[in-house]
Design a protein around this ligand. Sequence first.
Ligand code: PRP
Ligand code: URA
Length: 209
Amino acid sequence: MSRVTVLDHPLIKHKVSILRDIHTGTNEFRKIVSEISTLMAFEVTRDLTLEEYEVETPLEKCTGYKLSGKKLGLVPILRAGLGMVDGMLSILPSAKVGHIGLYRDPETLKPVEYYVKLPSDVKDRDIFLLDPMLATGGSANDAIVSLKERGCKSIRLINIIAAPEGVEAVQKAHPDVDIYIASLDRELNDHAYILPGLGDAGDRLFGTK
Ligand code: PRP
Ligand code: URA
């Protein structure tokens, strides 16, 4: 069973509350999504492996550390996942970025895939799959299947807000994928929106409503 880690650091909780607020405008929403993503990157990368090397300070030699494991790949689910990329890249500048385009059909609520472009060596990378919202889990599950079909073996799912239904769906379909979230909300409504949630993340990020 995949692990679910709730990153409830006070700074993250403070910023998630600003995102939820109906009065938060597009500019601030975009900035705060990016800031939360940077804070989440700190925790999601906690188990990356290091190797020692010798560093010469102005005073003496000492042991330094550099990242030694697999290279990283950030894969936002379009559109809303795009809002998380810059915040992650700000502390993981060497990561490559792929894109998976999915939208939820408003009638069926099922995801429809319309675009996939990934780094050529994606199967050799540790993948961070980014989407602010995990509602039914349909989009995340489809994106994970897309990545696995292309050979990816190490995938972590990073969401800002998740519904219990979505977490359960991903855990059931992909027990090998660990999930990192900033908040586990109460439930989905009849239109599969997360309650209390923050509304439509894509629309709030890009000002399309
Ligand atoms: C939103 C969100 C997720 C998806 C979550 O995207 O960004 O991708 O819904 O819902 P699910 O867990 O039930 O699949 P949306 O389909 O609204 O597309 P957009 O980002 O292009 O607006
Ligand atoms: N997608 C969103 O953007 N918000 C939700 O609450 C559910 C799906």
